[in-house]
Design a protein around this ligand. Structure first.
Ligand code: ZN
Ligand code: ZN
Length: 352
């Protein structure tokens, strides 16, 4: 097999030839055909997350030490099965759910692998990921059928589709006059607009600094858009929502976007934070109580939620976001493009 590995943080990925693993027990070997490139990979590639105030969280402290293989949006074909792997056949095309927990702790047993408390096995984070021709999956239950969905778009559902679906589920109950802001219209933000529309949310305001991304959000069904470079972006957002901004989903996660989302919410509204850009939140405390505002973090999603978002895509309710398929050998250039904001929607690696 081949993989494109991080050998040193921030340096070009290296093509590595290695032995193809043999599945044992319940394991399944999937030959990767499509693999999405996610913005969060940039942080792991760089080796740290920015905690603000000059502080950093280093991925090596979570055991993410080079060399390793990134990639947590895998799609491919079942190539080999361990002797105890049941319910899947060689040759079947599947999305791989990457947010695999230990499988033993109470949180995993309740179906929330993504919040595992005792030993995550996230593909592309703690385990070898899908910037590779093959990926080893611990159990067939983590494979999701995506028949009828374009292969490249299907790959992106494993992170960007799932993450935004799970974030949307954390919004408060929405009335007919309520609005939701999607802050940041990169790969996640665009699919977030699609997800909200598929769930029947009509009043969506897309927010970004890039007019091309706002156009794309509009094409996916955002009713209004806001260029957040405006100095009075927060009152503008509140006004666009006619004072009824019930939810803000922040796919950027920097001080300016947090200030925008929190500042524009109506009383009782909720700010859902997904983005990992970095920084810290400094905010007066009384208004949280006085305005009854909720802040909730949302990290990827669980297997059931992946099945639900895939079902939406199968029923053609979920509009496909712009997806560009590029050869896997271009992975470093894609990461650079992503860092510079030059990717519209999602770039997906193709393994021939
Ligand atoms: Zn991701
Ligand atoms: Zn667990």
């Amino acid at each position: 097999m081949i993989s494109y590995d991080v050998i040193e943080h921030g340096k070009p990925l290296q093509k590595i030839l290695k032995e193809t693993p043999r599945p044992t027990g319940t394991e399944v070997l999937v030959r990767v055909t499509r693999s999405g490139v996610c913005h969060s990979d940039l942080h792991i590639w760089d080796g740290y997350f920015d905690l603000g105030g000059g502080k950093r969280f280093y991925v090596r402290d979570r055991g993410c030490i080079p060399p390793f293989t990134l990639g947590h949006e895998p799609f491919g074909i079942v190539e080999a099965l361990g002797p105890k792997a049941k319910g899947v056949r060689i040759g079947q095309k599947r999305i791989v759910f990457p947010w695999i927990g230990c499988g033993k702790c109470p949180v995993c047993k309740s179906g929330q692998d993504n919040y595992c408390v005792s030993g995550s096995r996230f593909l592309g984070v703690n385990r070898a990921g899908a910037y590779a021709s093959h990926v080893l999956v611990p159990h067939p239950k983590y494979l999701v059928d995506a028949g009828g969905i374009d292969d490249a778009f299907a790959a992106t559902l494993a992170c960007s589709g799932l993450t935004t679906y799970s974030a949307a589920a954390k919004l408060p109950d929405l009335g007919p006059k309520d609005w939701v802001a999607v802050i940041g219209c990169g790969g996640l933000g665009l699919v977030c607009v699609s997800v909200l529309r598929a769930k029947g949310v009509k009043n969506v305001i897309a927010c970004d600094i890039d007019p091309a991304k706002l156009e794309a959000a509009k094409a996916l069904g955002a009713k209004l858009t806001l260029d957040t470079r405006a100095p009075d972006a927060t009152p503008k957002l509140a006004a666009l929502a006619t004072g009824n901004l019930a939810g803000a989903i922040d796919l950027v996660g920097m001080p300016a976007t947090a200030a925008l989302g929190l500042g524009a919410l109506r009383k009782g509204g909720r700010y859902v934070l997904c983005g990992l850009f970095g920084g810290e939140l400094v905010h007066p405390l009384p208004p949280f109580a006085q305005r009854a505002i909720g802040i909730v973090g949302s990290y990827v999603g669980n297997l059931q939620e992946l099945k639900e978002v895939v079902a939406l895509a199968k029923r053609r309710k979920l509009k496909s976001t712009p997806v560009t398929v590029r050869p896997a050998s271009e992975v470093t250039a894609i990461l650079e493009d992503l860092k510079a904001g030059r990717v519209l929607g999602r770039a997906v690696l193709e393994f021939a």
